[in-house]
Design a protein around this ligand. Structure first.
Ligand code: ADP
Ligand code: MG
Length: 567
């Protein structure tokens, strides 16, 4: 610590580059400080530091992290605490550019495995970004000393050791995590794909917010009696709510009655949510993928023939490629790509689907002969997917009753409450003639694995490698941009950053003879062994801003890479 003080005194008033001298390791009374990366100027991306407190100081109870889900929850809790303390302590250091900045990668409504905080039996470590103070390009040594020798130790003391944590709150956080884990296990045993607890709050504050809607207009979820199940949990009373088993489920109802809101909550509940979010007891099969139309996207040799055949000019649909997919071909490709990486449940909303992909009614069948229509609509494949491939579907569709023929359950949303109208829909099927003919002969067919060629990944831009997340939905990969806005289950920009880094690793695993899904599995095995840190070029130092993405979003990014080439 004294050595750091001396260096800061020595470089005070010098040019900014002299800050490079502080890179290194310093022993403080209660923790180790690592200055891993020093920014090049006051405006450049900030300096990365780590603070590591030994467990004999931190005194974490091993019970807090003895299972993988508890460890994730504990790290999440400490990261939130750290972010809160930084927000409160925000010192007014001042200076040019990012001078005086202190930041951590803070979690949102979702609990994800992230790299902000690390907990081991030996220590707890936090990764922090700071802006080294300057006036113009001159080093402000005294301000830097205040930042590093006073403010940071004070923040650390208030956020890392056991004595700084609200233990009741932490216990509650961990118990919720236990319950969430237990319910997911129970669902897997029972073969349920969705569980929505009674009392859940599904609507969000606004279209651009992930926080719950509040006020007296909120209608809390209440399961229809016929679909209600009770799940035992380790802490507290059994949780009651709506359970959907594997199969095909249709959500219908009038416009603005809460159909999409229910599906959105289902989409997001592949992840766990924090207490008070409203969705903390909503759960979805972890491999569920939201599917939507995405015209304009690129597609590389995907077998979309279950859905599309006989395109003009005899274009091949078993190895379908395009630089500019249509609504229906993009939706078909999105489904097949999801199946390729192991998706077991499709989530589809009419609001974001291509109509001609979803339905084709009896009258249209009469007018346009099957031979002239390349599309086999989803309605003719949804049962095959369920029966042959054990791939379930939850579908929002208020505009066509043709799906009554092919679904297991019909849920009607009425004034934001769900009703089980399956029997009624069955009666209607019997009573009302439908001239629609099923169009899918045979079976769904197989999903063809694709081997990624290493040339797909061109990370160079000029003579440097450039791979970077630009917000939640964009990755710059070398000279191309990847548009991820159709990946609606990507929830945190730290996941996007992780995907960008993971693509670099994939570039090394791709050899032209290993299927994409196997490359991705290998990468996840590496992460399982070595942690998410291991995908970062800062491995061993400061990869403090990554959060775990799912395989589906990683594959989704690869599939949207405009330079992707496969065999
Ligand atoms: P639909 O898809 O049936 O047309 P949406 O799900 O888009 O309807 O919901 C319409 C509006 O109602 C949205 O503004 C949404 O926030 C609100 N809403 C949805 N569910 C609830 C609820 N349970 N309580 C209060 N408002 C809700
Ligand atoms: Mg809707």
């Amino acid at each position: 610590m004294n050595r750091l003080r001396e260096i800061l005194q020595r470089i005070d008033g010098k040019g900014y580059k002299a800050y490079k001298d502080i890179q290194g390791e310093y022993r403080f009374p209660k923790f180790l400080l690592f200055i891993d990366y020093v920014q090049g100027d006051p405006f450049a991306s900030p300096t990365k530091i780590r603070v590591r407190m030994e467990q004999r100081q931190a005194k974490y109870d091993p019970d807090w992290y003895h299972t993988p889900h508890r460890k994730v929850a504990l790290k999440d809790f400490v990261a939130r605490r750290l972010a809160e303390v930084i927000r409160r302590e925000k010192p007014n250091i001042g200076g040019t550019g990012k001078s005086g900045l202190i930041a951590v990668d803070a979690p949102g409504q979702t609990i994800l495995d992230r790299t902000t905080v690390v907990v081991t039996p030996e220590y707890v470590e936090a990764r922090i970004s700071i802006g080294l103070p300057a006036s113009g390009r001159r080093i402000l040594g005294q301000k830097a000393a205040r930042l590093l020798l006073e403010v940071i130790p004070s923040i650390v003391a208030k956020s890392l050791p056991k004595t700084a944590l609200d233990i009741d709150q932490l216990e509650e956080h961990l118990k919720l995590s236990d319950n969430q884990f237990a319910i997911r296990q129970y669902m897997a045993q029972k073969g349920w794909i969705v569980f929505v607890a009674n009392g859940s709050v599904l609507p969000r504050e606004s279209g651009i917010s992930d926080r719950p809607l509040t006020g007296d207009r909120v209608v809390r979820f209440q399961s229809p009696p016929t679909l209600e199940q009770s799940v035992p949990v380790p802490h507290g009373d059994p949780v009651k709510g709506m359970a959907l088993p594997r199969g095909v489920h249709l959500i219908v109802g009038g416009g603005y009655h809460g159909k999409s809101t229910l599906l959105k909550a289902i989409e997001r509940s592949v992840y766990d949510h924090i207490k008070g979010d409203g969705r903390e007891y909503v759960f979805t099969e972890p491999s569920a993928v939201k599917i939507r139309a995405e015209d304009g996207r690129r597609v590389e040799k995907v077998n979309i023939s279950p859905f599309i055949n006989n395109l003009p000019f005899g274009q091949n649909t078993e190895r379908f490629s395009t630089e500019d997919a249509s609504g229906s071909t993009s939706q078909a490709a999105n489904i097949v790509e999801a199946l390729e990486v192991g998706c077991r449940c499709l989530l589809i909303d009419e609001d974001t689907s291509a109509t001609n992909f979803m339905i084709r009614d009896g009258r249209m069948q009469r007018l346009v002969a099957k031979e002239r229509e390349p599309i086999t609509p989803f309605i003719d494949r949804v049962r095959q997917l369920s029966e042959e491939k054990s791939v379930s579907t939850v579908l929002v569709l208020g505009g066509s009753g043709d799906y009554f023929d092919v679904c297991d359950t019909v849920i009607m949303m009425n004034e934001y409450l769900p009703y089980d109208v399956t029997d009624k829909a069955r009666q209607i099927v019997k009573q009302v003639d439908n001239t629609r003919q099923a169009e899918s002969g045979g079976s769904f067919g197989s999903v063809t694995p694709r081997n990624v060629l290493p040339s797909s990944f061109q990370a160079r831009r000029g003579n440097k490698e450039k791979v970077d997340a630009k917000g939640l939905h964009r990755i710059v990969y070398g000279r191309t941009d990847i548009d991820l806005s159709a990946l609606e289950q990507l929830v945190d920009v730290s996941q996007t950053r992780a995907i960008a880094e993971m693509m670099r690793v994939l570039a090394k695993l791709a050899d032209g003879s290993t299927p994409l899904v196997d490359c991705i599995d290998r990468l996840y095995e590496q992460i399982e062994r070595e942690g998410l840190d291991s995908v970062s070029p800062f491995y061993g130092m400061h990869p403090g801003d990554l959060a775990m993405p799912r395989k589906f979003e990683l594959a989704g990014a690869v599939n949207r890479l405009r330079t992707l080439r496969v065999t």
